[in-house]
Design a protein around this ligand. Structure first.
Ligand SMILES: Nc1nc2c(c(=O)[nH]1)N[C@H]1C(S)=C(S)[C@@H](COP(=O)(O)OP(=O)(O)OC[C@H]3O[C@@H](n4cnc5c(=O)[nH]c(N)nc54)[C@H](O)[C@@H]3O)O[C@H]1N2
Ligand SMILES: Nc1nc2c(c(=O)[nH]1)N[C@H]1C(S)=C(S)[C@@H](COP(=O)(O)OP(=O)(O)OC[C@H]3O[C@@H](n4cnc5c(=O)[nH]c(N)nc54)[C@H](O)[C@@H]3O)O[C@H]1N2
Ligand SMILES: [Mo]
Length: 597
């Protein structure tokens, strides 16, 4: 019998599945892994192996040897100012080893995130620390509130665990899970803070609160009740697109039931995303649905909690969201495609044009590799040793080499070679850095358990040590939407309904992992907007424009259009606004117009 090698998926996805590979490279899901329930998704089974790789190093478009490309990289890194911009193309921890190079050469790195920073900041504000909700608690729940998370696409391995549970979905798009839900709220985009505030208010008014629990863990709840009363009910429910009955139905469904809230990135791609997460947490706390069996709020957790990160460095940090690439002579882009994935593509391209040398260290040809002066082919996660943490569960998996690659270079070797070329000491053995992580974990069967694991997070209370109370939001400010409507009820006239400014919804796609794998160029919209299927349209915002092909879908609201994260050109429309808290991108803080071409 052939020997099996156990490894894990490195794609930036919460499931972080366990994989078993035969020596010939054939892979399947590890049946013993807590999330990968017997099957791998098509991204890793089909689209990844089909994707053509960058195999030849180049300098100014000319093919060179890897040594020549590395020598040119060394020279570029001797420039006065240099920046490392890393994406999340591979979620292994060893990606970060390049920090050690930038520490030595006194280069800049980035702070902030394109992903979940706003939500994370709100969670930390309320709970003190962002702990992952263990899958076992999701399994034990009776009601699941899926809030701005496209579960069937972005965390499909959770689906089998939701069987036989009552499902409530809150999402402006009628997603696949919304169609199966027992209760579905097709809310207005960017209204979730208000939804959570209103539900908390009605809960406290209608005796749905868990008094004993909040007295002990969130004693400021009466102040929060006062805060919720600052918001006018009628105009806000209109704005959300709901009514008192629906709000009551939600509370009735949750009452007395073990409930988890699975919250996705959709609710927080806005400048005020922190407040939204804090308000959703506040609702869960008031209902007593946190820190108990079968309960909790699951967002993207902090995968590195409890570890000491050997790759953590100080030094100059610039914002990841609106990076001024032009301030640097040399920019090393590793594991990312910022020209397409960062917001405000016009700005990104202008900035990168000002940079003297762009080095692209990645797997695939894309918008960023096209702008690069030096291209260094990387190895993928099947071709090197690494460790996989997850932002949605506590299994830490070794990622092992299951395939050879004779053209790319891994991040450890890249860093090691560069350090020595530049006259610094070599790195320690690769295993030393891997053990740094493993040594913090307890081994459980073939997996390791994260040091941050707690069976029921926040069971004793909040804060790092569980001895603090929950903190409610006490202020609300918003510069983006006009809050005038919340102080004066108004009726929509027919004319107002035909507004041209649409919300932009830009979620993940099923055949792509961000901009890796299948790309598309669709804009999805309701037929009432007056455009035709397959028609080419120009979509524009105050930041830029791009053309897209129309897809008609009656599951869309009439005040929003959808262009997915893998669509070519989507980020010409998005702003490089940084969230109020958490240094996060705000992809949906924008209104767009659509016109015939
Ligand atoms: N197949 C696939 N899986 C992926 C990825 C991928 O690219 N492809 N990417 C991975 C990554 S990097 C991440 S961060 C996760 C993210 O995964 P998710 O958290 O699911 O995030 P999104 O797909 O961005 O959006 C989720 C949902 O939010 C809804 N939404 C949009 N605006 C609003 C709003 O204002 N309010 C509410 N309530 N809902 C809203 C959208 O309609 C969508 O259904 O997925 C990971 N998994
Ligand atoms: N419009 C819109 N934009 C978005 C989002 C959205 O929902 N809508 N989502 C945002 C989110 S949540 C995220 S996380 C970001 C992601 O944005 P990025 O981090 O830029 O991720 P990708 O676009 O997937 O690019 C990853 C690249 O990493 C390279 N790569 C993969 N594995 C390896 C490896 O092992 N080593 C090296 N050196 N390179 C590797 C591949 O060449 C690939 O092109 O996008 C953000 N952008
Ligand atoms: Mo992400």
């Amino acid at each position: 019998m052939e020997k099996k090698i156990e490894t894990a998926c490195g794609l930036d996805c919460p499931d972080a599945c366990g994989i078993v590979a035969e020596e010939n490279g054939k892979i399947e899901a590890d049946p013993n892994h807590p999330t990968s329930t017997g099957s791998l998704c098509s991204l890793v089974n089909k689209y990844l192996p089909e994707e053509p790789r960058v195999k030849t190093p180049t300098i100014d478009g000319k093919e060179v040897t890897l040594d020549e490309a590395l020598e040119a990289t060394k020279e570029a890194l001797e420039a006065k100012s240099k920046l490392l911009w890393r994406g999340s193309g591979n979620f292994g921890v060893m990606q970060e080893i390049t920090n050690l190079l930038f520490q030595k050469i006194q280069g800049a790195t980035t702070k902030g995130t394109l992903c979940d920073g706003a939500g994370d900041a709100g969670i930390v504000e309320g709970r003190g620390v962002n702990r992952i909700l263990p899958i076992e608690q999701i399994k034990k729940s009776e009601v699941v509130v899926v809030w701005g998370k496209n579960l069937t696409v972005t965390a499909s391995h959770l689906m089998p665990h939701l069987k036989d549970k009552k499902i409530i979905v809150i999402d402006p798009v009628k997603t696949a899970i919304a169609k199966k839900a027992d209760l579905y709220l097709q809310t207005s985009p960017r209204s979730d803070f208000f939804t959570a505030v209103m539900l908390a208010r009605f809960a406290l008014m209608g005796d749905f609160e868990d008094e004993e629990y909040i007295e002990e863990h969130a004693s400021e709840y009466e102040d929060y009740y006062d805060f919720t009363q600052e918001f006018r009910i009628r105009p806000i429910l209109d704005y959300i697109g709901t009514d008192l009955k629906e709000m009551g139905d939600i509370l009735e469904m949750i009452k007395g039931k073990k409930t988890v809230f699975l919250v996705g990135n959709g609710v927080q791609k806005y400048s005020t995303g922190n407040l939204t997460l804090q308000a959703i947490d506040s609702l869960a706390v008031i209902l007593g649905k946190i820190g108990k069996e079968g309960c909790g709020v699951g967002f993207l957790g902090d995968s590195k909690l409890g570890f000491e990160n050997p790759f953590k460095i100080d030094g100059q940090k610039v914002q990841k969201v609106d990076t001024n690439f032009g301030d640097f002579d040399t920019v090393l882009i590793q594991g990312g495609n910022p020209v397409a994935s960062m917001p405000n593509s016009n700005r990104v391209i202008e900035e990168l044009k000002k940079t003297k040398t762009i080095i692209y260290f990645g797997l695939y040809e894309n918008e960023t590799s096209k702008m690069a002066d030096i291209i260094i082919p990387a190895k993928n996660f099947f071709e090197k040793e690494d460790i996989r943490l997850s932002y949605a569960h506590h299994s830490i998996s070794p990622m092992r080499k299951i395939q050879e690659c004779d053209y790319g270079i891994d991040e450890y070797s890249f860093t090691n070679i560069m350090l020595q070329k530049l006259g610094f000491d070599a790195l320690k053995e690769e295993q030393y850095y891997l053990d740094f992580w493993f040594n913090k974990c307890e081994k459980v069967d073939r997996y390791y358990l994260s040091p941050a694991y707690q069976e029921i997070p926040y069971e004793d209370g909040f804060g790092e040590d569980g001895d603090e109370e929950f903190i409610f939001p006490d202020e609300f400010g918003d510069d983006f939407i006009k809050t005038k409507q919340f102080t004066r009820a108004r009726k929509k006239s027919k004319k107002e309904k035909s507004i041209e400014d649409y919300w932009l919804i830009t979620p993940k796609a099923n055949k792509a992992l961000n901009t890796q794998f299948k790309r598309e160029n669709y804009v999805t919209m309701n037929s009432s907007l007056g455009f035709q299927e397959n028609q080419e349209v120009r979509v524009y915002s105050s930041h830029g424009e791009h053309s897209f092909i129309v897809k008609i879908d009656e599951d869309m609201r009439d005040d929003a259009i959808m262009i997915k994260a893998n669509a070519i050109g989507v980020n010409f429309l998005t702003p490089s606004t940084i969230s109020d808290e958490g240094d996060s991108a705000c992809y949906q803080e924008v209104k767009v117009k659509v016109e015939n071409l």
